[in-house]
Ligand binder design. Structure first.
Ligand SMILES: NC(=O)c1ccc[n+]([C@@H]2O[C@H](COP(=O)([O-])OP(=O)(O)OC[C@H]3O[C@@H](n4cnc5c(N)ncnc54)[C@H](OP(=O)(O)O)[C@@H]3O)[C@@H](O)[C@H]2O)c1
Length: 280
């Protein structure tokens, strides 16, 4: 077992969030268990799953297989938007814990605000109860625009510790990052590799490859290092052992001003997923 390779970002609730973690979207229970066990043996300490991924059981198995003490691993899961609402969220949380085979999660997120159904404030109240009970050590949101966060704070007085959003060089989200920073919220990037755009020459992937050649790193490492230098957290997904190791080997090089300018030139505002206002 290697030592932890990722720095830890402080959360406003006093806890800490490993800056680099493993995503497991679109992997089966069996694939997740193998990838999670491998990642934890190679320096990862954060795993990002969700009830919607249908692999919480595999994630729990992988954590146990790694042999690491439960307290050394940071596990995130999420309530799916069809379960938004107070009682339905509490029920969904119990089911997630059962599948994970765990007594608590480190971070519980509202997966999408789904504003048309207008149940995300009630969902947030359920998360606050779970946090107060200690069954979710930290609570936060995903895919929330600042206006959605504003409403949570206005109606409950409590601010999410984390906002997990789509964020990569094509969609760098400067306003959202500034809002989060000003309100003590840690931004965590999903689809950091833009699900392959990073390698697509037609979309500017060559720019990243060239920066990588300069530093002796891959295009994926250049992009993930860019996230790290923004001071945000990141959860690349891979089930490929060599890539899992590559995606956390980010702390022995630094992008310079020319690199950052070139990467800034890739921004188009293009999403790989839907706009949070449209998911209902
Ligand atoms: N909150 C949300 O709404 C939300 C939405 C989407 C995702 N997420 C979370 O964010 C995580 C990451 O996002 P994502 O899975 O959408 O996309 P991603 O991490 O941007 O890209 C994953 C893809 O890139 C490949 N890949 C990974 N590392 C690579 C490397 N070093 N070189 C070449 N290819 C590489 C993977 O292939 P292999 O696996 O085959 O290696 C996979 O096909 C998810 O797993 C999930 O945990 C959250």
């Amino acid at each position: 077992m290697t030592d932890a390779l990722s720095p830890v970002l402080p959360l406003a609730d006093g806890r800490g969030l490993p800056q680099v973690g493993l995503g497991v979207y679109k992997t089966t229970d069996a694939e997740s268990a193998t990838a999670v066990d491998f990642a934890l043996r190679h320096g990862y300490r954060l795993i990002d799953t969700a009830s919607m991924y249908r692999n919480e059981k595999g994630v729990g198995d992988g954590v146990r297989r790694s042999g690491l003490p439960r307290d050394d691993v940071f596990v995130t899961t999420k309530v799916w938007f069809t379960e938004n609402g107070y009682e339905s969220t509490l029920r969904s949380f119990d089911e997630s814990l059962e599948r994970l085979g765990m007594e608590y999660v480190d971070l519980y997120l509202i997966h999408w605000p789904a504003p048309a159904t207008d149940r995300y404030v009630d969902t947030w109240r359920a998360l606050l109860r779970l946090e107060d009970e200690g069954r979710a050590r930290s609570v936060g949101v995903a895919n929330f625009h600042p206006k959605h966060v504003e409403r949570l704070v206005a109606e409950t007085g409590r601010t999410p510790a984390v906002n997990q959003v789509e964020l990569h060089p094509w969609l760098p989200q400067p306003e959202l990052r500034a809002y989060d920073a000003a309100h003590g919220i840690v931004t965590q990037a999903w689809s950091p590799l833009a699900r392959g755009h990073v390698f697509d020459t037609a979309r500017g992937g060559e720019v990243l490859a060239a920066i990588g050649r300069k530093h002796g790193k891959s295009a994926a490492q250049v992009v993930l290092r860019w996230h790290v230098q923004l001071g945000i957290a990141v959860i690349p997904k891979s089930v490929t052992p060599a890539r899992i190791r590559e995606n956390i080997a980010l702390f022995d090089f630094e992008l310079d001003a020319d690199d950052l300018t070139a990467i800034a030139g890739l921004a188009t505002g293009e999403r790989t997923g839907v706009d949070p206002d449209d998911r209902n």
